[in-house]
Design a protein around this ligand. Structure first.
Ligand code: ZN
Length: 359
C-alpha cells in the first residue's frame, strides 16, 4: 500500500522521513513496514497475516499500476488512492470522480475468484460507485477465455499495462465452437475509456461472420474427437442421443450455428442446440408452440454465462430463426410456431460431411 497511518495521520510512502516507526494499515489497523526496493516503488506492507481490506496481495506491478492510475485520475477529475470503506471492509485502489460519475478503479494483477469479484463489485455499487476492473499484464499476456470474460461479469474486458501506461478495451466477443474466441481490442486514454464503457453499457456489440463449409466440416470431425476422447460434456449428451437411437457425431447441421455467436452460453453451441433438437423430438409433428414458451424451453436446455441477458435472448432467437428457415418450424399467426419436420440426423460424421460436400 502507498499510504499508512501514523499517530492518526495518513502518510505517503514517498514522503516518510523515518522508515522505522509504528506504521499502521489504514484499513485493518495492523502493523505495516516501510519498504523500498530497487524495482519497487516505496510502499508499506503488512508484517503478518493478510489484510481483509485488500483485494489481492501487493506486487510491484500492482503498486506501480495503482499509483499511475491515481495520477491519470487526477488529470481528468478528482481522484484518491487507496480509499478505505470501513462499512464494507474494502479498500479501493483508486476512486475517480469524472463527469459527475463516481468510479472505482480496481487494478487486478493476481488471480481472483468470481465470487470475490461479484461481492466486491456489488458492495461498491451499493455505495453508488461504478466499478472498473483493470486487468494487469499477466491477464493481458494470456489467451482470453470465456471464463475470464464471465468472471468480470461484462461483455468486455479492460487491461492496463503499467509499462506502457495504456488502457486496452477488448470487446465484441464472438465465438465459433472449437475455435478461439474472437474479439476487437483498442487502446484508450482513461477519460476516453470511461466514455466508451458508457456506450457499451447501453448497447452490446459483436461482429458476426458466416460459418464456412470448411469450419462446419472441422466441427463435425471435432465432435467425433470429443466422443473418442470420452469428453464428459459430450458423452453425457451422447447417452441422451443413444436413448432415441441417434448418434451425436451425426448431429443435424441445424445444430451448427450458421454464423459466429456472441458470448452467452457456457457450453458449446452445438451441444446446447443438440439438446434442444432432442427436446423437440418429444413433441409430435403439428404441435403448436407459443414463441415465448419455446424460448423458455430452449433457455432451460443451456448452461448460461451471466454476461448480458440481451445476448442470451439473441442466441435463442437466432436458433429459432434458423429452425424456421430450415423448415423445422413454421410461423402460424402472431407469436405461434408449428413443428412441421424433425431435423435430419446422420449415422455418423462421415455421412454427415459427405452430405455437405454433395450440396
Ligand atoms: Zn490491513
Amino acid at each position: 500500500m502507498l499510504y499508512a497511518q501514523i499517530d492518526q495521520k495518513l502518510v505517503s510512502a514517498n514522503e516518510v522521513l523515518v522508515t522505522q516507526a509504528n506504521f499502521r494499515c489504514p484499513g485493518c489497523g495492523a502493523q505495516v513496514r516501510y519498504r523500498h526496493g530497487q524495482l519497487n516503488v516505496a510502499h508499506f506492507a503488512h508484517i503478518s497475516a493478510r489484510c481483509a481490506f485488500e483485494a489481492e496481495p501487493e506486487s510491484a506491478a500492482h503498486l506501480m499500476g495503482k499509483l499511475q492510475l491515481y495520477q491519470l485520475g487526477t488529470q481528468i477529475g478528482e481522484a484518491q488512492v487507496e480509499v478505505v470503506f470501513s462499512t464494507i471492509k474494502q479498500r479501493a485502489d483508486v476512486v475517480v470522480e469524472y463527469k459527475k460519475n463516481k468510479y472505482i478503479l480496481e487494478y487486478q494483477c493476481s488471480p481472483i475468484s468470481r465470487t470475490q469479484v461479484k461481492q466486491r463489485t456489488r458492495a461498491y455499487q451499493q455505495l453508488g460507485y461504478e466499478v472498473i476492473w483493470l486487468l494487469g499484464p499477466k491477464y493481458q499476456q494470456s489467451k482470453i477465455r470465456k471464463s475470464l470474460v464471465a468472471k468480470f461479469n461484462d461483455a468486455l474486458l479492460i487491461f492496463y499495462n503499467y509499462k506502457t501506461q495504456k488502457c486496452t478495451l477488448t470487446a465484441n466477443f464472438n465465438e465459433v465452437d472449437f475455435q478461439s474466441l474472437q474479439s476487437i481490442s483498442q487502446e484508450y486514454e482513461l477519460d476516453q475509456l470511461l466514455q466508451v464503457i458508457k456506450i457499451y453499457k447501453k448497447r452490446v456489440f459483436w461482429q458476426d461472420s458466416p460459418t464456412t463449409k470448411q469450419v462446419l466440416i472441422q466441427q463435425s470431425i471435432k465432435i467425433q474427437q470429443q466422443l473418442v476422447r470420452k469428453n464428459k460434456e459430450w458423452l453425457q449428451i451422447q447417452q441422451e442421443c443413444y436413448q432415441v437411437k441417434h448418434n451425436l457425431s451425426g448431429v443435424p447441421w441445424i445444430c451448427h450455428p450458421k454464423k459466429s455467436m456472441p458470448l452467452g452460453l457456457a457450453m458449446p453451441h452445438i451441444l446446447w442446440r443438440s439438446r434442444c433438437v432432442l427436446l423437440l423430438e418429444h413433441y409430435p409433428l403439428e404441435t403448436i408452440f407459443a414463441v415465448s414458451k419455446l424460448q423458455n424451453m430452449f433457455v432451460k436446455q443451456g448452461c448460461w454465462l451471466t454476461i448480458d441477458e440481451r445476448l442470451c435472448r439473441y442466441i435463442v432467437n437466432q436458433f429459432i430463426i434458423e429452425l424456421v428457415s430450415n423448415q423445422v418450424l413454421t410461423r402460424i399467426g402472431p407469436g405461434k410456431l408449428e413443428l412441421i419436420c424433425y431435423p435430419e440426423w446422420y449415422a455418423n460424421w462421415q455421412f454427415k460431411t459427405n452430405s455437405l460436400k454433395l450440396n
